[in-house]
Design a protein around this ligand. Structure first.
Ligand code: DX5
Ligand code: ZN
Length: 220
């Protein structure tokens, strides 16, 4: 069973970004958290930095936009040529139109749901998205505790995706570590973001391999 491990550079050293990207060359994608100090109470970087990250990254970009007014702001990140752009459902007026636009530009289109946002309205639109991100923390900061109470939401989504024969990737983000990844894999996730668990390890590359093995062993 294919699983993807996407390290979050929110936990990397921002002034040694190129070196920290090279430490995760065995990852599937690099997860890039864009925060605007408005949609979330934290600020990271914008398109200029993301473009440079893409120039030097050994793996493709999985951009997680935690920014307001996604209908207007998200396409710019697809224009950079990013492999995947995920916006928040809570920040978009018209998620389906936006997802279509991102695909048209050439990126995979993802939609993210905060812990309090229900999945049900999106179940009949799974084909409009390439990835659905179920947040397992409140977005904004790394190093928070995994919310196991999101597993029923993920399982509902996974069951519906299977029923429809959908190819959508199911991503989890927040508190993913060796102690939590099995639960998320069992509930149906196939794409795992981890920041502190990877960059906090002595060897990020070994941490990626360990997470990948655990996730693969618990997928069914
Ligand atoms: C949080 C970000 C995450 C964050 C995860 O808002 O979306 O990607 O980096 O960090 P950890 O894995 O430390 O919970
Ligand atoms: Zn993220």
């Amino acid at each position: 069973m294919t699983v993807r491990i996407n390290p979050s550079i929110l936990s990397a050293d921002f002034v040694n970004m190129q070196a920290d990207l090279e430490r995760i060359a065995n990852a599937d994608f690099v997860h890039v958290d864009v925060m605007d100090n408005h949609f979330v109470p934290n600020l990271t970087f914008g398109p200029q930095m993301v473009r440079r990250i893409q120039d030097v990254s050994p793996v493709p970009l999985d951009i997680h936009l935690m920014i307001s007014d996604a209908d207007r702001t998200a396409p710019e990140y697809a224009e950079i040529g990013a492999a995947s752009v995920t916006f928040h459902a809570e920040a978009a007026e018209n998620p389906i139109t936006l997802a279509r636009r991102l695909r048209e530009i050439g990126s995979r289109a993802g939609i993210a749901l905060k812990p309090g946002t229900p999945i049900e309205p999106y179940l009949e639109h799974l084909d409009e998205f390439d990835q659905i991100l179920i947040m397992t923390v409140e977005p904004g900061f790394g190093g928070q505790s995994f919310m196991a109470d999101m597993m029923p939401k993920l399982a509902t989504l996974s069951a519906e995706a299977k029923r429809r024969g959908s190819n959508v990737w199911l991503q989890v983000d927040g508190g993913i570590a060796e102690s939590t990844i099995a639960q998320a894999a069992e509930a149906g996730a196939d794409t795992f973001v981890a920041g502190s668990a990877i960059y906090g390890a002595d060897s990020p590359a070994l941490a990626i391999d360990a997470l990948r093995d655990l996730a693969a062993a618990h997928r069914h």
